[in-house]
Design a protein around this ligand. Structure first.
Ligand SMILES: [Zn+2]
Ligand SMILES: [Zn+2]
Length: 283
């Protein structure tokens, strides 16, 4: 069993990156990839544990892109996270996000909603503030009953403190990942657009733009979705990958490796990924 998708507190998970390898070893995982959102911050601390565990540790990232007007996640697996150009590119997304956050807080302030993100960052130990965190702040300060309401009233497309975001395009993400010697993978396609999306033509398009894998085995995919994406991989000559999307305490019940209990990402995927990487790393 392997797990090619998990998060640490460097994005929105709850565990320190250096704690994950020992957990993977205990689960008897053959490989674990750390794929925090839009950041490489945890990867050194994660990879430095390699000498202590037999689980193979794989550097990764999860990039947020815009596709068909919605949020599409792209995993970059086996990346060289020390690549200077890649680091700079990731930093540029972070700056974009920080600028946007500042604009959101400004808008909230003009609505007489004072939020102090510093206190929240300190208390929750988050390193990258997303809208989900701001929704949580609004909830905790009594401005919204739930996170969903915070999005509806303030942060979402129709909210009064909405600030648009200049997202990465999938093609750009694939290029960045490939140039950092990684494998670009479409993350949890079954969850895109609430699972109501017909993928054939779109996936062909994404493959032609540079995607080479589909996250087929995934905690929230039904058996029929898994079977469907496996068939799609075969038809489009793409690699199936899989992971739990473990977030620690931030996604209670979803465990590393096993997901909601019955996830079992097969080991052969690792060989497929490596065979593929060999072909294009040689170029
Ligand atoms: Zn995701
Ligand atoms: Zn994720």
């Amino acid at each position: 069993m392997i797990d090619l998708h998990c998060h640490s507190l460097c994005s929105d998970g709850s565990d320190p990156p250096e704690a994950l390898p020992a957990m993977a070893e205990q689960m008897d995982l053959k490989a674990l990839a750390l794929t925090d959102h839009d950041t490489l911050d945890g990867l050194d601390r994660f990879i430095d544990q390699q000498s202590r565990v037999s689980t193979r540790l794989i550097p990764g990232i999860e990039l947020s892109c815009e596709f068909a007007g919605r949020d599409l996640h792209v995993l970059g697996l086996f990346i060289n996270h020390r690549d200077a150009v890649f680091q700079e590119r990731i930093q540029s997304i972070r700056l974009r996000r920080q600028r946007r956050n500042a604009q959101i807080f400004q808008k909230l302030k003009s609505l007489k909603i004072e939020i102090h993100p510093e206190d929240y960052i300190e208390r929750e130990q988050v390193e990258l503030i997303t809208r989900a965190h701001i929704a949580d702040m609004l909830k905790k300060t009594g401005h919204a009953a739930t996170r969903a309401e915070a999005f509806q009233k303030y942060l979402g497309d129709e909210g009064i403190a909405y600030v648009p975001f200049e997202f990465l395009s999938p093609g750009e993400a694939f290029k960045w990942i490939r140039e950092a010697k990684g494998l670009p993978v479409i993350a949890h396609p079954g969850r895109f657009s609430w699972g109501l999306f017909v993928w054939e033509a779109a996936m062909t398009d994404l493959r032609d733009q540079g995607a080479c894998g589909i996250e087929t085995y995934y905690s929230d995919h039904s058996d029929s979705e898994t079977a469907y994406f496996l068939r799609l991989c075969e038809a489009l000559n793409m690699i199936p990958t899989g992971g739990s999307d473990y977030h620690g305490k931030r996604k209670p019940g979803c465990g590393m490796g096993a997901g909601w209990g019955d996830l079992n990402v097969p080991d052969w995927i690792l060989n497929k990924c490596e065979a593929f990487l060999k072909t294009y790393r040689r170029k």
